[in-house]
Design a protein around this ligand. Structure first.
Ligand code: Z5A
Length: 220
């Protein structure tokens, strides 16, 4: 794949109610208005099979499942998503915006469910090879604020029904990954109002695109 023509892979992460889906849609509209070719997708999901797996994973009637089962179902959906959607789009030079990706597995299954980062990393390396997001927006919000926002929206799905400690572990893991120094994370203070969060996203986006342009990236 030529560096100059490959698309870019941007993911939106955070605990529930952080506002990532709202901000993804806002950025999509901006990029569309600027004439950029973008594809919006989500995890778990993004393909017909992935969406069926998503229903299974989130349906409260399914009840408890082994943490390993949950992780493997998520990676089964991800394998399909990668091969059928993400990789072909990047090859075509399309910029992909995904509502969650593998950082969520580190946060929710690795930390939340206690499976540990090593197991998640093993699956990540096997399925993704070198593929990692080029940019990760991490919307950080106190757990209570996120849960209140999500609750105001109505019924909670199977994973949303977990307790506060589960989401605290997930939030902490997200922040640890952002601090890991890979340089691809942009932590956004998502406790602010919608417009302030959007302004922070715009600033981070502009700085990132400028950085790509300085490196002489032909896809910018
Ligand atoms: N999951 C996993 O366990 N492992 C994995 O590897 C992957 C996923 C990929 C589904 O994800 C579940 O899958 C998720 C993790 C698990 N379960 N949980 N928890 P999802 O992304 O589809 O579901 P979600 O995280 O529950 O989405 P969410 O609650 O919709 O969160 P959000 O996208 O960050 O928020 P939003 O939809 O943009 O906003 C939520 C509400 O808050 C809405 O009414 C907004 O108008 C409001 N909002 C948003 N921003 C603000 C601000 N700044 N101020 C005030 N109100 C706001």
């Amino acid at each position: 794949m030529k560096g100059s023509t490959r698309g870019r892979f941007i993911t939106f992460e955070g605990i529930e109610g952080a506002g990532k889906s709202t901000q993804l849609e806002r950025l999509r509209q901006r990029l569309h208005a600027e004439g950029r070719d973008v594809l919006v997708t989500r995890e778990p999901g993004g393909t017909p099979l992935g969406e069926q797996l998503r229903e299974l994973l989130l349906d409260p009637r399914v009840g408890a499942m082994a943490a390993e089962t949950e992780l493997l179902l998520i990676f089964a959906a991800r394998a399909e998503h990668l091969r059928a959607v993400i990789e072909p789009a990047l090859e075509r030079g399309v910029w992909v915006l995904s509502d969650r990706f593998t950082d969520a597995s580190f946060a929710y299954q690795g930390a939340g469910r206690g499976l540990g980062a090593q197991r998640v990393a093993a699956l990540e390396n096997w399925l993704q090879g070198d593929l990692r997001p080029d940019l990760v927006f991490l919307f950080d919000v106190p757990v209570l604020t996120g849960l209140e926002r999500a609750l105001a929206r109505g019924k909670r799905d199977r994973i949303e029904s977990e307790d506060m400690a589960f989401f605290e572990r997930a939030r902490h893991a997200y922040l640890e990954r952002a601090r890991s120094g890979s340089g691809r994370y942009q932590v956004i203070d998502a406790a602010q109002g919608l417009d302030a969060v959007g302004a922070e996203v715009d600033l981070a986006w502009d700085a990132w695109v400028r950085k790509l342009a300085c490196k002489g990236d032909g896809s910018v």
